[in-house]
Design a binder for this molecule. Structure first.
Ligand code: HEC
Ligand code: HEC
Length: 256
């Protein structure tokens, strides 16, 4: 079986970018008109910011990876499998891209809750909507939090699983959660828009303070000391009756 080194450090090379096409670290790459290097540009297919590579670069790097596969497999087999992985990457990107556009639409209509201007600024971009690469994962809106998980974990698992011939990861940790994410994001968007429609008629609804649930003692109308005393009494009562029962049973044994 191949190891990481077989495919990524062929003949001892330490250039681990050898043979990488669309499957580059994190968000990956797309085939466009130029090699953008480390500069990210918008993938016209999905709308996600990524590195672009030309078709010639794609073919050059793919040939290097195939040279590894053909140590053990037929070339057509390997070519076909990597081609499937490319397609899975493109289709997964477009699912995430759909969610991205839904959130951008909400931002344009000022419906994110809270909007970026009402929360700590992104250190790089300030009080504006930042999705994908430099997105923050705290003090954000629910729908952006959903997108973070979708983009950062489920999307990557879908296509990295495919490039590593792991159908379990591709399907159950990638594709299925990715589609659930999209439904959740669309559902949240729909609620935000319906709420906005209602508020446009009735005026804004005051935002309730979101606090943790009251402690059990307070919920029962007791002070913490009373609550503790009650707990001790309950345990004593239980232990006491258990001992009486034991005494009664063993007593009967002796009699019998
Ligand atoms: C059977 C060959 C094979 C093996 C074994 C393999 N990989 Fe990969 N790996 C690939 C292919 C194919 C790609 C995607 C290539 C492309 O983009 O065209 C990839 C992509 C990657 C990437 C993304 C590339 C980047 O620049 O970030 C990482 C990270 C990675 N592999 C890590 C590993 C690790 C860690 C192991 C061992 C646990 C491993 N791979 C084992 C074939 C392999
Ligand atoms: C060192 C030898 C070796 C190399 C190199 C190698 N493989 Fe494999 N590959 C195997 C072995 C062994 C299996 C397991 C075969 C089995 O279980 O029947 C396998 C299984 C697979 C499978 C699953 C096949 C199936 O029917 O489920 C795929 C897909 C695959 N390899 C693709 C690739 C690709 C693509 C590359 C190059 C990026 C590659 N392999 C490189 C040895 C290798």
């Amino acid at each position: 079986m191949p190891t990481c080194v077989t495919c990524h450090m062929y003949k001892g090379t330490h250039d681990v970018s050898q043979g990488i096409t669309l499957g580059g670290a994190s968000q990956g790459k797309f085939v466009g008109n130029e090699d953008t290097g480390n500069k990210q540009v918008k993938d016209p297919g999905s709308g996600i910011m990524m590195n672009g590579i030309t078709k010639a670069t794609f073919e050059r790097e793919r040939a290097k990876m195939l040279a590894n596969c053909t140590l053990c497999h037929d070339r057509r087999f390997a070519e076909h499998k990597l081609g499937n992985a490319d397609e899975i990457k493109r289709q997964s990107d477009s699912i995430a891209g759909e969610a991205l556009k839904v959130i951008e639409g909400l931002y344009q209509d000022k419906l994110l809750d809270p909007m970026p201007e009402n929360r700590p600024p992104n250190p790089l971009a300030g009080h504006t909507l930042v999705l994908t690469g430099q997105q923050l994962y705290e003090k954000t809106s629910q729908i952006e939090a959903l997108f973070f998980r979708m983009y950062k974990f489920d999307l990557i698992q879908a296509w990295k699983g495919a490039y590593h011939a792991n159908p379990d990861y591709t399907h159950w940790y990638g594709n299925a959660p990715l589609k659930l994410d999209l439904d959740e994001i669309k559902g949240e968007a729909s609620k935000l828009r319906r709420l906005a429609a209602l508020e446009s008629k009735s005026g804004p609804v005051a935002k309730p303070e979101v606090t943790p649930a009251p402690a059990k003692a307070a919920a029962a109308g007791l002070s913490p000391e009373q609550y503790y005393a009650l707990g001790v009494a309950a345990v004593a009562l239980f232990m006491g009756s258990a001992m009486v029962l034991l005494w009664w049973i063993t007593g009967r044994r002796r009699e019998g």
